[in-house]
Ligand binder design. Structure first.
Ligand code: NAD
Ligand code: GLY
Length: 375
């Protein structure tokens, strides 16, 4: 595979359109992405892990412009209001005008905060996503959800603000730790599990190549997931309905992340376990068969993802945490459940006793056993 093999997916939102480029050597291919900049100012937002690795590649493409960089400390805890404010101050110091562009170079933490700063500066300026984690390439960089965390909860404040382009240079994944890579694969599986049966079968066939990070297979997997997500976002940009399906496994997952104080599970790992729990609950409610859950669990397991509850998490506490989810309405649980591979649906007023039984069973049932995370 070489630079000529770049895949382009177009996200089309009525008259607004932007490309997602996926391939090798794209950060250095500035002729491609610089054409998306409209003005003379650019602020690159990155973090202290990613910038030393990749900022110089981007900097070479910004020659002749007025630009500066703003670096976050590494970690989810830094996706906050204080840093969004500091990013806006960096735009002010740069003298950024309405045609300025923010460039987000990093994982989902950087992308969400940078996009939020771009949405706020002068009520919205351009931004370009340059995702450097697999999760950011297949999920957070596409679709325009931006935001920051509050002490009261994750992603509570934000804006829908679409990027001008997404530059997914898979060469950057060479330095991504294995655990982060696998967490990104969970988001790939999620897309297929929600709405693309063929893709799910393709993943089953190509799981070993993906686990080995084979380039052509990886580009194809990213492209398929992005194409699927682009379709959903095109139909429901602001999550009035269908887009909520992209949250399969998230209500369980967020509860697991919170219960582990964000130190036990990565987001993608929590989503992997959450999807299995959602599948088991769907079985209990008579919506799906055990055979479908087994296929999902086996694929996640082959990709090196956890599928069992971390030890020491109490079902009652997890249920309590699930009540804090943004999808809930009027105190009732609203979950994404499924009818098998490729068929997710939104279910309101889910029976809490069934949720509790599913969680309790998951703490003891060997049917769920697999890779367990020990806090
Ligand atoms: P992250 O941004 O924290 O990155 C994970 C780790 O990998 C960090 O330590 C980072 O510094 C490091 N890293 C990044 N790129 C690297 C590289 N190429 N080489 C070496 N290290 C690298 O986490 P993430 O998983 O990318 O994103 C999670 C965030 O994304 C969460 O804040 C979540 O809320 C958000 N998210 C947003 C959306 C959305 O639609 N906006 C969707 C999913 C997740
Ligand atoms: N990650 C869910 C969404 O983009 O809607």
């Amino acid at each position: 595979m070489n630079e000529a093999d770049t895949q382009t997916i177009e996200v089309a939102l009525g008259a607004r359109r932007y490309p997602v480029w996926i391939g090798r050597g794209l950060l250095g291919d500035s002729a491609r992405w610089r054409a998306r900049l409209r003005g003379r100012h650019a602020l690159v937002i990155s973090n202290t892990t990613v910038a030393p690795l990749y900022l110089d590649r981007v900097a070479r493409g910004l020659e002749g412009l007025r630009w500066s960089s703003f670096l976050l400390e590494d970690g989810e805890a830094h996706k906050n209001f204080g840093n969004a404010g500091r990013a806006l101050e960096a735009l002010a110091a740069l003298g950024a005008t309405r045609d300025a562009c923010v460039i987000a170079l990093g994982g989902g933490v950087v992308g969400d905060l940078a996009g939020f700063a771009a949405a706020c500066w002068m009520r919205g300026i351009d931004f370009i996503q340059m995702p450097t984690t697999l999760l950011a390439m297949v999920d957070s960089s596409v679709g325009g959800k931006t935001g920051v965390n509050m002490p009261a909860g994750k992603n509570l404040v934000g804006a829908f603000h679409q990027p001008r382009a997404v530059v997914a240079d898979i060469d950057t994944l060479a330095t991504l730790p294995d655990r982060e890579y696998r967490a990104g694969l969970a988001e790939v599986v999620k897309g297929a599990a929600i709405g693309d049966t063929d893709f799910f079968g393709w993943l089953e066939t190509n799981a070993d190549a993906l686990a080995r990070r084979e380039t052509a297979t990886l580009v194809e997997a990213i492209a398929r997931k992005v194409r699927y997500k682009a379709g959903v976002v095109a139909r429901d940009e602001t999550e009035q309905g269908e887009r909520a399906l992209l949250n399969l496994g998230h209500t369980f997952g967020h509860a697991l992340e919170t219960a582990g104080r964000y130190a036990v599970l990565l987001h993608g790992e929590a989503v992997a376990i959450g999807m299995v729990l959602a599948a088991r609950l769907s079985e209990r409610l008579g919506m799906a068969s055990a055979a479908e859950t087994t296929r999902l669990r086996q694929l996640l397991d082959r990709l090196g993802l956890p599928v069992a509850l971390p030890e020491g998490m109490a079902p009652e506490h997890l249920l309590e945490l699930m009540h804090l989810d943004k999808k809930n309405t009027a105190g009732t649980l609203r979950l994404i459940l499924w009818r098998g591979i490729g068929k997710a649906e939104i279910v309101a007023g889910v029976d809490e006793a069934a949720v509790l039984k599913t969680l309790a069973e998951a703490t003891s049932d060997h049917a769920l056993s697999g890779r367990t995370i020990h806090p």
